[in-house]
Design a protein around this ligand. Structure first.
Ligand SMILES: C[S@@+](CC[C@H](N)C(=O)[O-])C[C@H]1O[C@@H](n2cnc3c(N)ncnc32)[C@H](O)[C@@H]1O
Length: 300
């Protein structure tokens, strides 16, 4: 099973905490993401994927207070967004999933540090309009890069067919034969990503978690096998599972209960759970001396 010791980490490193688990690809800390980020070196991560709490009073079944003063929430978001930007390599990417009204604020923070690529609209079913508003039918997945993307893989989707008769839904204006045999280009509108609502499909019953396809697509677009992914908000662990599936390395944090993530990884990957990640975790963190210098550099 996963390792619960401080294995693979240099005792001289500044990280004063042990991982909750490690796999052959990743390491998970049961910690506040800001605490872990503070110990992480700059420019070491190829991709950040973040699905934060939305401050809407959701019950995460773990004691997390998902309703604080608006100012306090945005100040906190600014801190982790800036920190995530800091650890991303030049050419690396940041995917940030949020309600549209939060995403516009987050985009303001991201615009200061990174370059906008896409506002991906993810169709959201089963919502209802509140007050004098339109029917909310999408969530946003912001996609930013630090300069020109180091990696941009074109993701293709199968041609959609009728789920009853299996016939193709469109005739492509008579140009069906011109379509790429590998499938359709992924657009910035994703219609097949509504969250799993049925509890039998969930890792953490009663709590929304992303469909695996969401982090998987983000990683497919922006990373290659062996690249390093960071997700500060573990939740049910969908990003870590996506990274395992796609042979990306990963660092994760989750403030509360991590046993769901552990179970998910164990169910899916009994053979991949070995004692030590295949990348140097200690190189991702400051040593004590480096850390002192870095703090001095930042406040100079
Ligand atoms: C929306 S959920 C993430 C869901 C996840 N993407 C999934 O698909 O399962 C947000 C998670 O962030 C965690 N969280 C909240 N504050 C945190 C913090 N400061 N550091 C780390 N995790 C935190 C919450 O406990 C919650 O599980």
């Amino acid at each position: 099973m996963a390792n619960h010791q401080n294995q693979g980490l240099d005792p001289g490193a500044a990280i004063p905490f042990a991982p909750f688990l490690t796999t052959s690809h990743g390491v998970l800390y049961q910690k506040d993401c800001l605490e872990v980020l503070a110990a992480m070196r700059s420019e070491i991560v190829d991709c950040v994927f973040a699905d934060p709490p939305f401050n809407i009073g959701k019950d995460y079944k773990n004691g997390f207070n998902d309703r604080v003063r608006e100012n306090q929430y945005y100040e906190w978001c600014k801190s982790w967004i800036y920190e995530c930007c800091r650890v991303i390599k030049p050419g690396g990417s940041f995917f940030l999933y949020a309600l549209p009204e939060l995403a516009v604020r987050f985009a303001g923070f991201l615009n200061e540090r990174m370059d906008f690529r896409h506002w991906i609209a993810l169709s959201m079913k089963g919502t209802f309009p509140r007050g004098r508003k339109l029917y909310p039918a999408h969530y946003a997945l912001l996609y930013y890069t630090r300069g020109t993307p180091a990696t941009f893989n074109r993701v293709r989707l199968p041609v959609p067919v009728c789920r009853h008769c299996r016939k193709e839904l469109k005739d492509y204006g008579g140009h069906r034969d011109k379509l790429n045999p590998a499938g359709l280009n992924l657009s910035d509108f994703w219609d097949d990503t509504s969250p799993n609502r049925h509890k039998k499909f969930k890792v953490r019953p009663g709590v929304n978690e992303l469909k695996l396809i969401v982090p998987e697509r983000a990683l497919l677009i922006s990373t290659n096998p062996g690249d390093l992914v960071f997700d500060p908000f573990g939740g049910g662990g969908s990003t870590y599972q996506a990274a395992e599936n796609l042979h990306r390395n990963w660092i994760g944090t989750e403030l509360f209960d991590c046993h769901h993530i552990q179970r998910r990884l164990e169910d899916g990957y009994p053979l991949s759970l070995i004692q030590k990640p295949g990348f140097s975790v200690k190189d991702c963190f400051y040593t004590n001396e480096d850390h002192k210098n870095e703090v001095l550099r930042r406040i100079a």
